[in-house]
Write a protein that binds this ligand. Structure first.
Ligand code: IPM
Ligand code: MG
Length: 356
């Protein structure tokens, strides 16, 4: 098969990790007889420097014309003083909106070879961590009206959070369908004791659940959920939640696995085209030093093959190559432990490629 992949290398460690993921994709193409064509789409701080905006129209067009998008990471302290409408993150939000990527899937899985890195008590970790956060991605307060004004001699800022039924319904379906392929439990997280948007969320999710009688639905308030994720993560299979809660809980979920550098994510809308990225940031402190862990991005490329290109065997090959590399005791700095070989970003990429 022939696939066009838009490449957003981004800022900080973005270019290094994306290069390794492209190397792995090339190894897959060679082994399975595919052709992947890459087109660069500048986005983030580097695009602000070169074009004055975080997401130039040409980059957006490249992404919209692609079969899928692979992204490293955007942002960095250099652009922190940009006005809020022109920050690197704005490029990402605009891209999510323009591609209509309403469901963001972030797995939180502890790799058995990396259990020593888990920050939870061993008896809690031993129960296992393997759940998925399905985050609504283009609604809620992120996409509501924002304003700052002068009121009664002081500044007043407002961010509006709103949801419509169809925005909730479509992402709920994604969660239930995912649960059907897993352990058949959806935990919907909201703040229905305070927020109208959450009361609507709860009602719509409960309605959607009727279509999936084989899946158990539980509701949980977001404050309790934040606690339960560290108290007993084994209770979760699929979490579904609105945009801002999902942003916060998915960072917490990834951290308890002990290996935030290993976790990929997918963002999808109606069609097969998706946006795939590691969930970690651009790590400017180690950029350009060949220290970054490329595995999150490599596993994001595997997700792209599985979910957008329907290439399950190819995705399996990448995931197996990552597992074997870890089993061989090869580690980047973020996941290094006593007795393992410490390697840089390029060498980690080479090790994984050699096992495809
Ligand atoms: C994420 C990030 C983004 C978000 C930022 C960079 C806008 O934190 O993907 O989780 O808040 O959605
Ligand atoms: Mg986030």
């Amino acid at each position: 098969m022939n696939k066009n992949i838009a490449i957003i290398k981004g800022d900080g460690i973005g270019p290094e990790i994306v290069n390794e993921a492209m190397g792995v994709l090339d190894a897959v193409a060679a082994r399975f007889g595919h052709t992947f064509t890459y087109t660069d789409a500048p986005m983030g701080g580097n695009a602000i420097d070169a074009f004055g905006v975080p997401l130039p129209d040409s980059s957006l067009e490249t992404c919209l014309a692609s079969d899928s998008v692979l992204l490293g990471a955007v942002g960095g302290p250099k652009w922190d003083s940009q006005p809020s409408v022109n920050r690197p993150e704005r490029g990402l939000l605009k891209l999510r909106g323009a591609m209509k990527l309403y469901s963001n899937v972030r797995p939180a899985r502890m790799f058995s070879d990396l259990s020593a890195a888990c920050p939870l008590r061993p008896d809690i970790a031993a129960r296992g961590i393997d759940f998925v956060v399905v985050r609504e991605l283009i609604g809620g307060v992120y996409f509501g009206e924002h304003s700052t004004e002068e009121a009664d001699g002081e500044q007043k800022a407002t961010d509006i959070m709103s949801y419509t039924e169809h925005e909730i319904r479509r992402v709920a379906h994604v969660a239930f369908q995912m649960a059907q392929k897993r352990r058949k439990r959806v935990t919907s997280i909201d703040k229905a004791n305070v927020l109208d948007t959450s009361r609507l969320w709860r009602r719509v999710v409960t309605e959607v659940a009727k279509v999936y009688p084989d899946v158990e639905l539980l509701h949980m308030y977001v404050d309790n959920a934040a606690m339960q994720i560290v108290r007993d993560p084994s209770q979760f299979d699929v979490i579904v939640t609105e945009n801002l809660f999902g942003d916060i809980l998915s960072d917490e979920a990834s951290q308890i696995t002990g290996s935030i550098g290993m976790i990929p994510s997918s963002s999808m809308g109606e069609g097969t085209r998706g946006l795939y990225e590691p969930i970690h940031g651009s790590a400017p402190d180690i950029a350009g030093q060949d220290k970054a862990n490329p595995i999150g991005t490599i596993l994001a490329a595997a997700m792209m093959l599985r979910y957008s290109f329907d290439m399950a065997a190819e995705a399996d090959a990448i995931e197996a190559a990552v597992d074997e590399t870890l089993k061989a005791g090869i580690r980047c700095g973020d996941i290094w432990q006593e007795g393992c070989a410490l390697v840089g970003c390029r060498e980690m990429g080479r090790q994984i490629r050699s096992r495809i």
